[in-house]
Design a protein around this ligand. Structure first.
Ligand code: PEP
Ligand code: MN
Length: 356
């Protein structure tokens, strides 16, 4: 017999655990049926029989996901607290050390805060070359630029496709940068593999399971943006999909979630950084541009993300944002990016990090 507090400790220390609170009026038959059900599900059962009610702690399980409703519906059960984590490979208990993703000399998830920057979309050969030169000089290591754009309207700029990828790669190589670009469909993977060092999964595709599975089958790193209304657990489950396929190079990206607030495009969930860091060994970076949606507020959010423990940032920068074909209002002018990086260089050491 254990007391309830001890029981909760035992259960929450395990990856799969539940606490089942029996109704005060429940008799031995009902208790027996719950114990039987738990045993059939592969659980070790710890019992705490108080004067007023019995509490069961269940630890272990068959390895599959647990649906607490299966117990909730049994007679005599008052409440079921599911303390299980449905993800395994992304979890800190699978890997205690932080995962560091290496692209030659660029290390994501190490002590350096890695900066990814560039336009929302690749618009022309000239544009991406100009931006690449600016962001490389400022300290960015990875050039962003969409070639396939997931626009809310089918009439908006959809990206330059293969040409965009070629321009992106050439501009990156000319400036010693790596590349990141969004993949929207598994059919684009083969072409993109020639030009892209990191595949970006956009917020709208976070639960595109066919895409996640395809990315799990290949070995290039994947930046997984958090969905517009995804909980942290749903986001981590999407990372689990990629890892379950065998690709363990996953970078998480907080890009703002949809809330009732209308003063910002989305609400930057700064809590996500310390929370995800505790739950997972994967690197997590911030996208302040899509979070806030307005240029002059990108810097404060970037500073906050770094202070909160982000392993990197992905920031939209454009040489002529007023003429940008997408996301101009949230894109920084190159000089603003330079100033931001200088500020980050001052903030990072306060928490034992560096910015190149
Ligand atoms: C983008 O990075 O340009 C983009 C479309 O981002 P998100 O998927 O976060 O909206
Ligand atoms: Mn964008």
């Amino acid at each position: 017999m254990k007391d309830t507090e001890q029981l909760t400790e035992v259960v929450s220390g395990s990856d799969v655990g539940m606490v089942i609170v029996m109704d005060g009026a429940a008799g031995p038959d009902e208790l027996g049926r719950v114990r039987e059900r738990l045993a059939a599900m592969g659980f070790d059962v710890h019992e705490s029989a108080g004067a007023e009610r019995t509490v069961l702690g269940a630890v272990g399980g068959n390895g599959g996901p647990v649906d607490p409703r299966e117990l909730q519906v049994l007679p005599g059960v008052k409440e079921v607290l599911n303390l299980s984590k449905p993800y395994k490979l992304v979890s800190r208990s699978f890997r205690a050390e932080p995962t560091v993703i290496e692209l030659d000399d660029v290390r994501i998830g190490g002590s350096e805060v890695v900066l990814m920057a560039g336009p929302c979309g690749v618009e022309s050969e000239e544009q991406i070359h100009i931006v690449a030169e600016h962001v490389a000089k400022a300290g960015a290591k990875i050039l962003r630029g969409g070639a396939f754009k997931p626009r809310s309207s089918p009439y908006s700029f959809q990206g330059l496709g293969g040409d965009g990828l070629r321009y992106l790669r050439a501009a990156a190589e000319a400036n010693g940068l790596k590349t990141i670009s969004e993949v929207m469909d598994p059919s684009q993977l083969e072409l993109m593999s020639e030009y892209v060092d990191i595949f970006q999964v956009g917020a709208r595709n976070m639960q595109n399971f066919a895409l996640l599975k395809a990315l799990g089958r290949q070995r290039r790193p994947v930046l997984l943006k958090r969905g517009l209304s995804a909980t942290i657990e749903e986001w981590l489950m999407s990372a689990e999909y990629i890892m379950a396929g065998g690709n363990h190079a996953v970078i998480l990206c907080e890009r703002g979630i949809r809330t009732f607030e209308r003063h910002s495009r989305n609400t930057f969930d700064i809590s996500a950084f310390p929370i995800v860091k505790k739950l997972s060994h994967l690197p997590v970076i911030g996208d302040p541009s899509h979070a806030i949606g307005i240029r002059d507020k990108v810097a404060p959010l970037s500073r906050a993300a770094v202070a909160a423990g982000a392993d990197g940032l992905i920031v939209e920068v454009h040489n002529t944002p007023e003429q940008a074909l997408s996301d101009g209002p949230q894109s920084l002018f190159p000089e603003q990016f330079v100033t931001l990086v200088e500020q980050l260089r001052q903030i990072a050491p306060a928490i034992g990090r560096t910015v190149a």
